[in-house]
Write a protein that binds this ligand. Structure first.
Ligand code: FES
Ligand SMILES: [Fe+2]
Length: 447
């Protein structure tokens, strides 16, 4: 990895006390000071295609609606999903189409897409009453922004604009043009863990050698991490030629060439993760596996890259020309967008996670997982997520991720023991999680 990716902050204090995960005071601080003040991803932009379409989302106790109001990409409105008469949640559905007036089904007040109060039932009853001011009775608007094909909202009118907040991530990931990608799969798991346990597990690869033993030996590699603005990232280093056991083989084999090594890594993702390596990259890896021994690593990579472009375009999809080999390498492996989103970019698209905390139960969160790929314009992808009640229900769907999930409930439980004092982070390969906690402290204070 080149020098530009050396950590831009150094956190010498690698110990984080357990109360950052377990104290009710911290839970309350997150509720009051973190979620209402940070940019939250609501959905993929293609969920808001037609004018009048909406997606509902909840940020702890605050239900929000994002509505497509016009044909322009920025014609989006975000409002609280709350009737201003007596506080009933305005729209009960999770997504769909809205008429120009949104009726409240309690007493029938009607609101516009911008939150304006259009009419109140028996409006004449308020005649002359100064407390009935239609302008003041509009539903408050919420800030909305777009990046990478995702729609974000922020409940804080004073918050930093999305553009500058996300800039360090955008700088690295914009060449991947995630806005042009579509979901290969989209899963939603009701996960019985605190949201931070989920985010942290996907914000490092220090665990890879011990946790992921299915088909690739990750032990020789390391994955140093760093802070990037409010966010964090890591990249992969070393590892050399890997050992692998793939596709029903009963013994491990060590790759003897760079091309075989690349193929094995891609094949493992393609077979067990169903993300990062999709059809075009797998076909390209199959092609370069046949390159003669002695082909230089540079030539292997150049041939591989050209093959990925060719295989992508063969499907009718576009391959972004600014996604060069250098841009791919520069982006690293994994990005954490503070506080609750993870993106792993790849030539075929990305693997994306979001953990949304449950407003009632600190040991529950809703996890969404998108495998994004490059597809022709007429491909729509799944319209709704596949739903799973807990990690066990998900079993059989993704062998790679199941290895990660196997740790999570055990961490969530183990942390609550009076025998655990706190986390001692690896100063190199978990620096980005240490930074996550520095950011949490900044927003929430210390318990
Ligand atoms: S609460 Fe919505 S109209 Fe009464
Ligand atoms: Fe993992």
């Amino acid at each position: 990895m080149n020098k530009q990716q050396a950590p831009d902050t150094f956190e010498p204090d690698i110990f984080v006390p357990v109360d950052r995960w377990t104290s009710p005071a911290r839970d309350a601080a997150e509720r009051d000071r973190l979620w209402p003040r940070t940019w939250q991803m609501v959905c993929r932009e293609d969920r808001l295609g037609a004018v009048g379409s909406f997606v509902a989302h909840s940020i702890m106790d605050d239900p929000v609606l994002v509505i497509r109001t016009g044909e322009g990409p920025d014609d989006l409105s975000a409002i609280y999903n709350v009737c201003q008469h007596r506080g009933r949640r305005l729209v009960d559905r999770s997504h769909g189409m809205l008429g120009h007036e949104i009726p409240c089904r309690f007493h029938g007040w009607r609101f516009g897409w911008d939150g304006s109060l259009k009419s109140a039932t028996n409006e004449e009853d308020w005649n002359g009453c100064s407390a009935f001011d239609k302008e003041a009775l509009a539903i408050p608007q919420i800030r909305v922004g777009r990046w990478g094909g995702f729609v974000f909202v922020n409940l804080d009118p004073e918050a930093e604009p999305l553009e500058s907040w996300i800039a360090p991530v955008a700088e690295a990931l914009d060449p991947f043009h995630l806005e042009d990608c579509k979901p290969h799969f989209w899963a939603r798991i009701e996960a019985p863990i605190n949201w931070k346990v989920f985010v942290e597990a996907f914000n490092e690869a220090y665990h890879a050698g011990e946790t992921h033993k299915l088909g690739i030996d990750y032990r020789p590699g390391v994955a140093p991490g760093a802070a990037r603005g409010a966010h964090g990232m890591f990249w992969s280093e070393g590892g050399g030629l890997t050992s692998y056991r793939l596709r029903g083989a009963n013994s491990w084999k060590t790759a003897s060439t760079v091309q075989e090594n690349l193929w094995a890594n891609m094949a493992h993702q393609y077979d067990t993760l169903f993300a990062l390596t999709l059809e075009p990259t797998m076909k390209a890896a199959d092609r370069i596996k046949a390159l003669p021994e002695g082909t230089s690593p540079e030539q292997v990579m150049d041939t591989f890259y050209a093959a990925v472009i060719e295989e992508t375009e063969k499907t009718g999809a576009k391959f972004p020309r600014d996604l060069t080999l250098a841009a791919w390498k520069q982006a690293g492996t994994d990005w954490h967008i503070f506080p609750n989103m993870i993106i792993l970019p790849s030539l075929d698209g990305a693997l994306v996670y979001r953990a949304v905390p449950d407003e009632k139960d600190r040991d529950m969160c809703t996890v969404d997982i998108w495998s994004l790929g490059r597809y022709p314009a007429d491909y729509a992808g799944p319209e709704a997520p596949s739903l799973f009640e807990g990690f066990e229900a998900f079993r059989g769907n993704n062998p790679f991720l199941e290895e990660d999930f196997d740790n999570m409930e055990a961490v969530n439980e183990g942390m609550k023991s009076r025998g655990f004092r706190g986390a001692t982070f690896n100063p190199s390969q978990e620096a980005q999680i240490r930074h996550f906690h520095a950011m949490l402290d900044k927003f929430c204070g210390t318990p």
